[in-house]
Design a protein around this ligand. Sequence first.
Ligand code: HEM
Length: 484
Amino acid sequence: AGQNTRRLPPAPRGLPLIGNLHQVGALPHRALRALAAANGAPDLLRLRLGQVPALVASSPAAAAALMREHDSAFATRPYFRTAEILTYGFQDLVFAPHGEHWRHVRRLCSAHVLSAARSHGYNGMREREVAALAQTIRGQASSSSSAGVVDVSKALYGFANGVICRAVSGTGRLSREEEGRRSELFRELIEENTALLGGFCVGDFFPSLAWADALSGAGARAWRNFKRWDELLEKVVQEHEARRRGDDNDGDEEDFVDVLLALQAEKQDDGFELTRDAIKSLLADMFAAGTETSFIALEWAMSELVRNPAAMQKLQRELRRADALGATTTTTPYLRAVVKETLRLHPPVPLLLPRECMRDATVLGFHVAKGTRVFVNAWAVGRDPASWGAPDEFRPERFLAADSEVDFRGAHFQLVPFGAGRRVCPGMQFGLATVELALASLARLFDWEIPGGAAPGDLDMSDAPGLATPRRVPLRLVAKPFGW
Ligand code: HEM
């Protein structure tokens, strides 16, 4: 068949020049689901974002087609200008002849680092951070200036950031004070990264107008932030090198930097050299990918539990009973179900990370051209009415039913908060362990209420705009220590 007879996915009519950009809105996951429904495109919707052809998958079938059947054709990421600067230019290599090779190595490295993380467990570190979180909450709950109201969002962000800082760069030999300063700096840099990556960059949608970003200052801002990252990461790597040389690292948990330096010391049989920039780029990745996501999952889990007191009480009973029996396990069936249900309703990265079509493909009978930017609407998929009963309701019990084996490890495409296939999140286990441990402590150690005696159903549940979607308004709750 010729070019003209190929069947293309349905597409809404766009405007000259900008195409459908104006229809994506501040909350793209919501706008895109509505747009798909309005255009008779339950599976695949075609868009034009400025000069960039795009495709949106909104159903489990479409998610499976892209991330299982055609995974290898959709395994690359599009080029973003700010991302290139923030990743030490390594994004650029994707387009160079050895791009495929570098991507492979990058995946191997993240897999290596994170599987080391799994075997080392990091549970001691996590438990210390959770204890600090509980301490923060107790302090705020008993402070008269806050009238017992705790800024839960802030406390959870600090916790998630602390866990990643410890896992990436270890506790080292820094004083508690220095450590606090460093965490604060990391936090500032991550926030700036998120703003830059989530922000609108003209050149990302109008490649021929990339010069406009130089005028708007986005490029310069990214460079400034990159330099600060580089300084900090360089210092962290140097500290680790000194420690490796000095042989005085007994008793320290191995962190991501140690794993990468060990990997660098091994001769790679494929001749690839893990350069210093590559190490720093991988570390920056871990920070960017690991902090926000775990924080957002925790924030929504607490929100849903407070909004659904029966679920909270069930969880508390289960955890407190296990605690009273002296159980040492860190997770329980209902806790796991609560986390799954939270990620179904509130995938922290609702459109996953964009992919790019590497070669022409026929997906669900539709032609998709090479170069198309692809979004999987995990948020719409998780609320698909054909797959889920009462799709908008928080019902962790649905995962406890004997016939429900649905899981998010990449085999059930109605639940894809971590993506699937070659690009699945390598930090899934790490993130889940962090979220479960913190949630278990918060539910076990405290009883929670909405300030001012508001009804649970009145809790504002709107999400903030951006690539990742935390709550729009911070979660502020009254915390009462249990059993005190
Ligand atoms: C609840 C927590 C988390 C969620 C919901 C989450 C979600 C995601 C998603 C949706 C993607 C894109 C997948 C795709 O395009 O198909 C991703 C990629 C990634 N995540 Fe996570 N993530 C979480 C925690 C973490 C943690 C803790 C780390 C590291 C410490 C991490 C490291 C990464 C990396 C390195 C990638 C890029 C993989 C690639 O491009 O090949 N994530 N994550």
